[in-house]
Write a protein that binds this ligand. Sequence first.
Ligand code: DON
Length: 571
Amino acid sequence: MLRLSLLCLVTLSLLLACSTPSEYSPSIDNSRPASYAVASAHPLATQAGIEILQQGGNAFDAAVAVTAVLAVVEPYASGLGGGGFWLLHFVDENKNVMIDGREVAPLAATRDMYIDENGKPTKQSVNGSLAAGIPGTPAAMAHIAEKYGRLPLHTTLSAAINLARNGFAVSEFYNSRASAVFERLKTFPHTAEIFLQQGKLPQVGYILQQLDLARVLENISENGANGFYRGEVANKLVASVQQAGGIWQQQDLSDYKIVERLPVTGTYKNIEIVSAALPSSGGIVLMQILNMLSNFDLQVMNEVQRKHLIVEAMRRAYHDRAQYLGDVDFVDVPVDELLSIEHAEKHLADLSLQYATPSQNYIQQNIVNSLPLDEAAQNTTHFSILDQQGNQVSATLSINYYFGSGFVAQGTGVLLNNEMDDFAIQPGHANLWGLVGSVANAIEPGKRMLSSMSPTFLNDGQRIAILGTPGGSRIISMVLLSALAFAEGASASEMVQEPRFHHQFLPDEIQFEADVLTTQTQSSLESMGHSLKDLGRSYGNMHTVIWDQQINKVTAASDPRGIGQASVGTN
Ligand code: DON
């Protein structure tokens, strides 16, 4: 007996093997994480976050630093001209808040602004200054720093200011994104001047400086949100947009407000989920799918049954996204009903475990059509942070497409988003992500366009995960698959590597990464009535931090599909 107890003390793993979780009374203090961690889409951003944590900043200070550095070094993915959602967990109050820094439609926007005289959608929701919603990222950074940070903005923004002023080395990854929208970058002289090298793709290793952007960041560091939304920078933004035929006005900028919202919460088996609330569809669609799946034991299913079931649940939840979801400050959305168990049961009533349900069965007049999306889906960004107090941040940020609208407002270096395309610009018209929508997501002045960005926290009582990814409409299914993997014990690195497949109601097809479905699985799914689309490549760029409270160990991982970096450290 004595020998047994001694053995149990020898190593932590033995100790765990010798005791059940309920008996486990550790000498380990697991009330605070043993380490901090930052996982982001770019090594320079991760490094900036780590340095802030080392200087005594909390997770929220680090989030400001990471947001700002990503805005400088990933101009293809996010930036001051864009928006996003920052999910914050305050350990002392055991409280979660979502900072909604989503762009809003300009006050002069109209429902049909992207429809030409023949009733056809134009390309202006994608290309140039008219495609840009009013940015939310600068306001969100200032708000997070001022309300929740410990360090001043001039400290948290200093890494980004230095990188904008002194430059960063262009990577192959940068160039592959720039080449995807090369023609658009060339169209806009202020854009080409900054992001190309004499009109061509920069050489790998070229030091890309953004002097105007450095000044704008400095202005924010001195004046907070006013440094962007009022005064000199605001004047330049509005003048440049208007000169190019856009519709921004001073009031759009001075009126912009972030909103603190309660995240969507729910449970799946023993896991508590906290995820993005409207105007992101992420949390609702994720929870709807999980509510349906919680009626089944996925672990006893074979691969085909399991994939079929997950796809059918995705189909139904994405249908509801298209039908009901939009900005709750403008339209009534039956959120409680959509998240209810009764609603999941209603969906399950016509779900066959043998056959695919054609999406046509659900199509109503206002959502008729969709286009397949063919997109590598890394043109938005994500980061996850845990500090040593246990505060958490999960943030997904975007300017929508690669390099957003392609338009840089003269004298600011600010690349504007093309997030207006996330509105349903015409019933039945698919956006860049192949998504259709209804009047709930129609354009209105000051309204936020529906998003799929899904920064998420998971907690199974022993382990806490902080995760998210870019990927347009596929963001939600990626987070779902990694949450299901977490439920089965996956590590951070397994979660980011999880093979991906997706169904979004319309188009009615299962999309999947190359080699994710065997030929046999494919033919079984086809015989059940599914259409399949092998994307022939990978997609997404997930960054995950896990704190295993039972053994007090922090791990972090960045998606091998991207160039991100995950770092864990101790103060
Ligand atoms: O808010 C949204 O859902 C989109 N604008 C996100 C775009 C995105 O993730 C692009 N990445 N591949």
